[in-house]
Design a protein around this ligand. Structure first.
Ligand code: IVH
Length: 689
């Protein structure tokens, strides 16, 4: 690509000429990519073209062409949006419901920071809007792109749609960083929602269930002019990546947001401590019904941004914030039936089928009954009237049976001792509450559930391969195991001929599958659906072993109890012996290994990235003794953030042992093995703390 001129230096005539050139070039690349399946530029170069186009359009809004590429997002043929990677991940929040849980959250913050139990914590409280979160990227104060949250790492590129929102500043007022990601919530006011539904109904169009769905549906429109006609609002409340520090406290950051031209919720307020936070919670609960928009709780954020940085993240949620949700909404309904679902690990879960009832704005038809003890404890019977409760996004629960309303002739529910799907014996090991089908992969329910998990969002994330399709393809023998998914493109014609399909949708499925052949190791490990290996554990394993082949070899060796490999696996901080045993069992079964190898042969597995460039990247570190400058938890989190693996015991594979005060046996073991030891002061220098 030829050297580009700074957009700020372009004259209007030059801009016009360049926009014409970019429109033609981008459309040609889109054709090559989506229609001929033969891209001629790298994704990065393509993105650069789009970014340049958007930057010129932002400076010369009057010159935006009717055929501007920003009005077309992603693949029109695939019917979806292009993906956009967030520079800093978009996180979710942990929830609390009770004052005692909030107190526990405060204690955990103090513990992490090594603060006194009575030390006051300064927060900002913000109403938690029930909308959808988005990320807005600004370069030199100009809005260049916006995306939905997606899986937190990448979302859908809805830039063209966001440009139509009056609440999204196209330019930030005053001084702005070279680069900043602003996060906020897009929502629809209650009155706007009711008016929209009335218009939709009059036109015979889709009715939305609640303001949240209406906001999401309105933003995710392929035609931006539809979004433009919808009354969407936005409150900004957080930042992602930024090229410079913009404030020292969250409160000051909210002021910067206001100064740049964003709407910030006017009810957001600094709170000097726990008691003030609790009072704020009461106040917001009281004002909730009178607000023009839906809120489902209050978000409390530690005000000091330096403390926020130290606290960092645990999994997908920050340690420095929590959402204190309002109490659950309740309603009554009647149990029409109790069905048993079989999950991917064979667990039998009873589900109550209910007469449909509205609980806090959501139509509820099912509620989980957890397990057989739970049914017996509550004595839930078919025909009973029950009290239901729903809190946040949580699946509805049955709180209790209304005894007075029990009709005559009901009988206690008899929990089956055979799998209702495959008929195999269902066993409940002593001491466990869950009864499991013993059919393994011969049980169609388990096989289908595993496949559903395999393609789910945090795993392979294959668009167009939903639960229903998986079940149908499995029933018809198109997919038996995970590897078969990657052979579906070879059967495109057969799929196209199926009822409800066609050439276009079959082609799109093939493309979606092909796009996922390349997969990060952590996602693959999670996708396998091994018991106890959730997303966080999968990430730990990927980070520790680095590559698929290293992980595979280590798991084979770890089958032997007492082997060095088994010890190593169990000593990875956050893994432990129970998970180690589960993995060893999986690898002890030759059929599992065969399935895994068959799958791996069809994939391009990306090694786990070591946080390059830091002295600790890829190193195995052990902390021992009492640390003075930070808690053990903070030290561990910091080491991991710098790409180190933290283990609990010293072995030949340990690279570094950090000695706190009164370090004992681990210090001796390090000396015996000749492992490098450093003092806490040296550790601080190394970790930049
Ligand atoms: S902060 C790390 N602040 O709640 C920061 N989120 O349950 C994470 N939300 O995905 C977000 N109001 O969609 C934050 N004032 C607020 C919020 C808020 C609503 C949503 C947001 C987030 C979800 C997490």
């Amino acid at each position: 690509m030829s050297a580009e001129r700074d957009v700020a230096a372009l004259s209007a005539a030059e801009a016009q000429a360049e926009l014409a050139r970019l429109a033609a070039e981008i459309v040609a690349h889109d054709r090559a990519y989506y229609e001929q399946d033969a891209p001629v530029v790298s994704d990065a170069d393509y993105d650069a073209l789009r970014r340049r186009n958007a930057a010129i359009e932002a400076r010369f809004p009057d010159l935006v062409r009717p055929d501007s590429p920003s009005h077309r997002v992603g693949a029109p043929a695939a019917g979806g949006f292009a993906k956009r990677r967030h520079l800093a991940p978009m996180l979710s929040l942990d929830n609390v419901f009770e004052p005692a849980e909030f107190t526990r959250f405060c204690s955990s913050v103090r513990r992490f920071l090594g603060l006194d139990e009575a030390a006051p914590l300064a927060f900002v409280g913000e109403p938690k809007i029930d909308g959808l979160s988005i990320s807005l990227t600004y370069e030199h104060g100009r809005f260049i792109a916006g995306a939905t949250r997606g899986d937190g790492l990448e979302g859908e590129d809805v830039t063209a749609n966001l440009r139509t929102l009056a609440a999204v500043p196209q330019r930030l007022h005053g001084h702005a960083p070279a680069l900043i990601e602003i996060r906020g919530e897009v929502f629809m006011a209650k009155a706007d929602f009711l008016a929209l539904n009335a218009t939709q109904a009059a036109a015979g169009e889709k009715i939305f269930a609640n303001p949240r769905n209406a906001a999401a549906g309105s933003l995710r429109q392929l035609d931006p002019s539809v979004t433009a006609a919808r009354p969407l609002s936005l409150f900004a409340y957080a930042m992602g990546e930024t090229s410079e520090s913009v404030a020292a406290t969250h409160g000051a950051f909210l002021d910067r947001l206001r100064g740049w031209g964003f709407a910030v919720n006017p009810l957001s307020r600094p709170l000097a401590g726990e008691a003030e936070a609790a009072a704020f919670q009461q106040e917001m609960a009281g004002r909730r019904a009178g607000l023009d928009y839906d809120i489902d709780g209050v978000v409390y954020k530690i005000d000091d941004l330096a403390l926020q940085r130290r606290l960092g993240f645990a999994g997908r949620a920050p340690r420095w914030a929590t959402a204190w949700k309002f109490p659950a909404e309740q309603a009554e309904s009647v149990v029409e039936a109790i069905r048993i679902q079989v999950g991917r690990t064979g667990a039998l879960t009873p589900v109550a089928i209910l007469a449909p009832v509205n609980v806090g704005g959501v139509l509820v038809r099912h509620a989980t009954l957890h397990n057989e003890d739970e049914i017996a404890r509550k004595d839930v019977r078919v025909g009973d009237t029950v009290i239901l409760q729903r809190a946040g996004d949580v699946i509805p629960q049955i709180v209790a049976v209304v005894a007075d309303k029990r009709p005559a002739g009901t009988v206690p529910f008899a929990f089956p001792d055979h799998c209702p799907v495959c008929g195999s014996l269902a066993l409940r090991p002593p001491g466990e509450v869950v009864r499991r089908c013993t059919g393994g992969l011969t049980c169609p329910a388990q096989a289908v559930e595993r496949l559903i998990h395999f393609v789910s969002r945090a795993a392979f994330d294959i668009e167009g391969l939903g639960e229903k399709t998986i079940a149908e393809f499995h029933a018809d023998g198109l997919i038996r195991g995970p590897a078969d998914i990657f052979r579906l493109p070879q059967r495109e014609a057969e799929i196209a001929a199926r009822e409800g399909w066609g050439e276009v949708s079959a082609r799109n499925l093939s493309l979606a599958i092909a796009a996922r052949r390349r997969i990060p190791l952590a996602r693959l490990l999670y996708a396998l659906g091994i018991r106890r290996v959730g997303e966080a554990t999968a990430r730990l394993l990927a980070r520790h072993y680095g590559s698929f082949s290293a992980w595979r070899a280590a798991m084979l060796a770890a089958r032997v109890i007492g082997s060095e490999a088994r010890e190593e696996l169990g000593s990875i901080s956050g893994i432990g012996p129970a998970i180690a045993e589960e993995l060893a069992e999986v690898f002890a079964e030759p059929r599992n290994l065969a399935t895994l190898d068959e799958l791996a042969g069809l994939l391009d597995i990306e090694d786990a990235p070591a946080a390059a460039g830091t002295a600790l990247a890829g190193k195995t570190v052990v902390f021992t003794g009492q640390l003075r400058s930070m808690t053990r938890q903070e030290a561990k989190a910091r080491a991991e953030a710098l790409g180190a693996k933290v283990t609990d015991s010293v072995s030949r594979k340990t690279d570094l042992v950090v000695l706190g005060e009164e370090a004992g046996s681990k210090a001796r073991r390090a000396a015996e093995l000749g492992v490098l030891t450093i003092t806490e002061a040296e550790w601080q220098a190394l970790a930049g703390a």
